[in-house]
Design a protein around this ligand. Structure first.
Ligand code: M6R
Length: 609
């Protein structure tokens, strides 16, 4: 849940590490620090709060070096404070480390080290690693790390430097992402791709158990036994502009506006509406297997869970496969009934969410086929799944997911159609129709975004409200949940998403004349039902903000505000209806001066349970 970065080469490590950390700040931002070696001495700077505080401290107290490691933290063990900020060092200030992850057996290790007389300076689990390395360190840092790793349990991506071997960084990966950036006369390590893109496109994705020794000229990767491991260098095509704000005020806004392109990138090369053909190269499920799938389990967290909920309607209606959707942290602790005829679909933007990864591993033990819908190439989930459909969304930096949701829904829509074809359920005519609907979505979203300023006007009216209700039905019920999640996480306003038909079973009691109710009222099989539901809410004084089809002539009489969206088929409509909800949350957050891209208490990638 933290970001780590390291550099070794001829340039000023401090500048490079600081810039790298800036790109990783979305992973955690409650404290930050940098450690470098100069003339065989360790120098460490740490600050509480965002990275800019570390920047100020480096300005007041500048330093330069050719080797160093840095960290931006999201607290797990030990509150956010200077003493808990990374990097951490041993008492003699010989070795210094940055860590992303959790050391599960740190309590017993700490007790053992304290018994040896070791003093601890922080409340972190990480500090045990520094003391263990020092304990085992004779004259070879790599060997000390090997011995240390044989003692620790948990998840860790580590960057380790010693003042006595200032020509190398040791990088370790176990259940937390770590990438090596391959340069010329310089090398890098980082938790994520965007941090490296300004320096290199050649990257090595470390695997669990890898211990890499990087110098300015060489990268050697070994396993814990010391055997050399060969890892492929991958060339990453994301450009740096993709990873920047591109002129937008916030990453979230940029990512909302990118959606026509990211949806198109996700379906491009996979669908052929004129021919009525779907082709997902990465999915190698046998036709016979597909015909015999007994049920689908979709497992995910947060926004990815919501896109999974959308796809339940698609798998059931298109492919006629019974589908359940589960929150990964629940799934992993239930006695779920799975067998080899169950297709488990894990959905994750980052591919590093701890609960989703654990659910994937559990399903594997039951002999299921595992298919991941994932955005980050080389992530843990994408590597451990048997089949991966990548959403080609590029890096999502805003903590609030936007383009990840629409990319996932797009990928799942295509998958559902592919399964439906292979099970010979849809006619070619139906398939062409559904593919065409998807094909047209980017244009429709673009059209909406060009005239979306009025969403800002609505945001101004409601920004002072403390509660919101979001209502939807059928395939737009999960969109109501997603709309409520967006406003909660970036505006800190209490919001509930409800299946509109469920209102009268309790939540309707909440409605009074000050309650804004955002209702998704798209033409389709339950249009009349949701109209009745909003009438019930209106009769109790609620203020209705409807998201409705452009062609809907009636809705204006039944609601107080209408956000018209281009008309779509109901099965593809979540890709359209979610856009105004994302924008509404965004504008309210800006009006309230909240930190849009880095909301409090959150982090982009939840790599701990
Ligand atoms: O990377 P993942 O898709 O696995 O992340 C799961 C959730 O943490 C994530 O969707 C989260 O709910 C969103 N960032 C909220 O907008």
């Amino acid at each position: 849940m933290c970001g780590i970065f390291g550099y070794i080469g001829e340039k000023n490590a401090v500048d490079i590490i600081f810039k790298g950390l800036k790109k990783l700040e979305y992973r955690g931002y409650d404290s930050a620090g940098i450690a470098v070696v100069v003339d065989k001495e360790l120098h460490i700077r740490r600050s509480v709060g965002k990275l800019c505080n570390l920047g100020l401290s480096l300005k007041e107290n500048p330093i330069s070096a050719n080797i160093g490691i840095g960290h931006t933290r999201w607290a797990t063990h030990g509150r956010p404070s200077k003493k808990n900020a990374h990097p951490h060092t041993d008492s003699a200030k010989t070795v210094v480390i940055v860590h992303n992850g959790i050391i599960e057996n740190y309590v017993e290790l700490k007790a053992e080290l304290q018994k040896d007389g070791q003093e601890f300076k922080s409340e972190t689990d990480t500090e045990v690693i520094t003391h263990l390395i020092k304990k085992y360190y004779e004259d070879n840092l790599f060997c000390a790390v090997q011995k240390t790793l044989s003692r620790v349990r948990g998840s860790y991506a580590l960057g380790i430097v010693s003042k006595d071997e200032p020509d190398k960084i040791i990088c370790v990966r176990q259940d937390a992402p770590l990438i090596i950036g391959v340069g010329v006369g310089e090398n890098f390590m980082a938790s994520d791709i965007p941090a490296l893109l300004s320096y290199t496109r050649d990257m090595i994705f470390l695997e669990n158990g890898d211990i890499a020794e990087i110098t300015a000229e060489k990268i050697v990767i070994k396993n814990i036994k010391g055997d050399i491991i060969n890892r492929e260098i991958k060339n990453i095509r994301w450009d740096t502009v993709q990873a920047e704000k591109n002129g937008y005020k916030h990453f979230m806004l940029k990512e909302i506006f990118e959606q026509p392109r990211t949806i198109e990138d996700t379906f491009r090369g996979r669908i052929y509406p004129d021919e009525g053909r779907v082709y997902i190269e990465e999915v190698k499920l046998e036709k016979e297997y597909i015909k015999n799938i007994s049920n689908i389990y979709i497992v995910a967290c947060g926004t990815s869970y919501h896109s999974g909920l959308v796809s339940k309607f698609l798998f059931e209606s298109f492919a006629k496969i019974p589908t359940e959707v589960d929150i990964a942290s629940e799934f992993r602790y239930r006695d779920v009934i799975l067998d080899e005829k169950t297709l488990v679909v894990v959905v994750s933007q980052s591919g590093e969410t701890a609960d989703t990864l654990a659910a994937l591993r559990l399903a594997k033990t039951k002999g299921c086929q595992i298919l991941a819908v994932c955005n980050v190439v080389g992530s843990s989930i994408s590597r451990e799944a048997m089949h991966v459909i990548y959403t080609h969304c590029g890096p999502e930096i805003g903590v609030a997911s936007t383009k990840a949701f629409t990319g996932q829904v797009t990928a799942l829509y295509i998958l559902a159609l592919d399964l439906a074809c292979k099970r010979e359920i849809l006619t070619i005519g139906e398939l062409k129709k559904y593919l065409k609907e998807l094909w047209e979505i980017p244009l429709k979203i673009n059209k909406f975004l060009k005239n979306a300023k009025f969403v800002h006007d609505i945001a101004k009216v409601f920004a002072s409200k403390r509660d919101f209700l979001y209502l939807g039905r059928h395939i737009n019920y999960p969109v109501a949940l997603e709309g409520a999640l967006k406003i909660k996480e970036i505006s800190y306003i209490h919001a509930e998403g409800y299946a509109a038909g469920e209102m009268k079973h309790g939540p309707i009691a909440l409605i009074d004349k000050s309650m804004p109710i955002v209702a998704i009222v798209i033409k389709g099989r339950i249009y009349e039902k949701i109209i009745s539901n909003i009438e019930e809410a209106k009769a109790r004084g609620g203020i209705i903000i409807a998201v409705a089809d452009q062609s809907d002539k009636e809705i204006g009489n039944k609601s107080d505000y209408v956000i018209y969206v281009p008309e779509t088929d109901e099965f593809v409509s979540p890709l359209m209806t979610v856009i105004p909800l994302q924008l509404l949350a965004y504008y309210i957050s800006v009006i309230l001066s909240c930190d849009v891209d880095q909301p409090r208490n959150l982090a982009k990638s939840v790599t701990v349970e």
